[in-house]
Design a protein around this ligand. Structure first.
Ligand SMILES: *[C@@H]1O[C@H](CO)[C@@H](O)[C@H](O)[C@H]1NC(C)=O
Ligand SMILES: *[C@@H]1O[C@H](CO)[C@@H](O)[C@H](O)[C@H]1NC(C)=O
Ligand SMILES: *[C@@H]1O[C@H](CO)[C@@H](O)[C@H](O)[C@H]1NC(C)=O
Ligand SMILES: *[C@@H]1O[C@H](CO)[C@@H](O)[C@H](O)[C@H]1NC(C)=O
Ligand SMILES: *[C@@H]1O[C@H](CO)[C@@H](O)[C@H](O)[C@H]1NC(C)=O
Ligand SMILES: *[C@@H]1O[C@H](CO)[C@@H](O)[C@H](O)[C@H]1NC(C)=O
Ligand SMILES: *[C@@H]1O[C@H](CO)[C@@H](O)[C@H](O)[C@H]1NC(C)=O
Ligand SMILES: *[C@@H]1O[C@H](CO)[C@@H](O)[C@H](O)[C@H]1NC(C)=O
Ligand SMILES: *[C@@H]1O[C@H](CO)[C@@H](O)[C@H](O)[C@H]1NC(C)=O
Length: 324
């Protein structure tokens, strides 16, 4: 048995966060062109049903699908080219992964705009994609077709069940993280639906975005979200302070504690941090009709180039912190 000081069982049987502080120091501050140095542009295939052609960094820069200047970092989908079903590859898009890998850490994403619209599947996530789910996967934020809710999800290859009753703001839709059965959200794993209209899609963007913060400790994965105009965002998050302490923060949107029914050491290894914009595929394609999007996902991606003008990430900063 390992001491799990972060896990407290209240008298009512609800698993709550410990008030013990996680104290962190800034390790890597990605702003503007720092992304070009600290991330790699992945060109891999995006999987069954996908209609995405992920391009290299040089191709992305020359087509302006990646733009980095001062405090702006933009990555987007091509909104100019027409494709047909016979086009071998899909619509050009961008998928980046941090060169560094992390186990326990805190990451603050200050996001101004996220990809929105039919067929789009933006994701901010952590995985070792050379290995896959055997090393675990932490989907900090993803969603499809510009529709709320967005989701936070863990995926594991071996048994990992999180308690149904735990202190988080979001709605757990499944608690078996190893599940490969498609859940309510169209995803598998143990997912938590956001309760905020402002955490995804058009409302997120019209508010000027906000902050997603993810913490991975040996005791829990936690995710917080604050919209740009939320006055309760911690000052240290808003200011990009070099030190951050999560001890007094509000209840997280999503919270996944380690326990005897989910061994983190077995299930979760070192991860890279990724941002991407997938098009169609199992989730965005699968939910495409349900989102009242026109026709079918593949035709829409092929022939509606201008519909992808909103399919971009604009990141003000991505700060990675390690334990102080
Ligand atoms: C869940 O936790 C709440 C608050 O601690 C408690 O009131 C409730 O009875 C618990 N429900 C179950 C099913 O354990
Ligand atoms: C590239 O994208 C940026 C950000 O959207 C924009 O400001 C700039 O004008 C674009 N450059 C070209 C050559 O289109
Ligand atoms: C293109 O392919 C999709 C799926 O493979 C299919 O549903 C659609 O009918 C095709 N469109 C045309 C114009 O052939
Ligand atoms: C782990 O993943 C591998 C390949 O991805 C698969 O063959 C194996 O069945 C998985 N193990 C478990 C316990 O799910
Ligand atoms: C979350 O659960 C509550 C209570 O069951 C429900 O009223 C609400 O609609 C749910 N929200 C989402 C986004 O699923
Ligand atoms: C943020 O602004 C939106 C409208 O743009 C409003 O609906 C929402 O209530 C505001 N949130 C806060 C916390 O002020
Ligand atoms: C920023 O961090 C410093 C220590 O590095 C601390 O003294 C200060 O209170 C922090 N500011 C905020 C706004 O959290
Ligand atoms: C949390 O707040 C309490 C009361 O304001 C303060 O004494 C404590 O130092 C704070 N802890 C952290 C980690 O900021
Ligand atoms: C392109 O988008 C428009 C507007 O949403 C829609 O009416 C049309 O059906 C779309 N075309 C295809 C081929 O999906």
């Amino acid at each position: 048995m390992h001491a799990r000081t972060g896990l407290l069982l209240s008298t009512l049987g609800c698993v709550v966060r410990s008030s013990l502080a996680g104290s962190y120091k800034l390790k890597q501050n990605n702003v503007g062109s720092a992304f070009l140095d600290n991330f790699e542009w992945e060109t891999l295939d995006d999987g069954p049903g996908g209609r995405t052609d992920y391009v290299s960094q040089s191709a992305a820069l020359s087509a302006n699908l990646t733009y980095a200047k001062d405090d702006t970092f933009i990555m987007r989908v091509d909104d100019k080219s027409m494709l047909t079903n016979s086009s071998e590859t899909g619509r050009k898009s961008v998928r980046i992964k941090s060169k560094a890998q992390y186990t326990t850490h805190l990451v603050v994403a200050d996001i101004r705009h996220m990809p929105n619209g039919c067929a789009t599947w933006p994701a901010f996530w952590e995985v070792n994609d050379d290995v896959g789910v055997e090393n675990g996967e932490f989907d900090i934020m993803e969603g499809v077709n510009g529709q709320t809710p967005s989701y936070t999800t863990l995926h594991t290859n071996h048994t990992c069940t999180v308690p149904a009753n735990r202190t988080q703001l979001g709605n757990a839709t499944a608690n078996d993280c190893s599940s490969t059965t498609v859940q309510e959200g169209g995803d598998n794993g143990c997912d938590v639906a956001s309760i905020y209209a402002s955490s995804f899609g058009p409302v997120f963007n019209s508010n000027g975005g906000g902050w997603y913060v993810a913490e991975r400790t040996s005791e829990a994965f936690s995710v917080w979200f604050w919209a740009r105009n939320d006055s309760t965002v911690p000052d240290e998050v808003k200011s990009g302070n070099s030190s951050v302490s999560t001890g007094n923060w509000s209840t997280p949107l999503a919270y996944f504690p380690a326990s005897s029914s989910c061994n983190f050491a077995t299930n979760f290894k070192a991860h890279n941090i990724l941002f991407d914009i997938a098009l169609c595929g199992s989730w965005a394609g699968g939910q495409y009709g349900a989102a009242n999007c026109p026709g079918n996902c593949i035709d829409y991606v092929n022939s509606n180039a201008t519909a992808f003008a909103e399919a971009y990430w604009d990141l003000a900063a991505l700060r990675v912190y390690l334990s102080a």
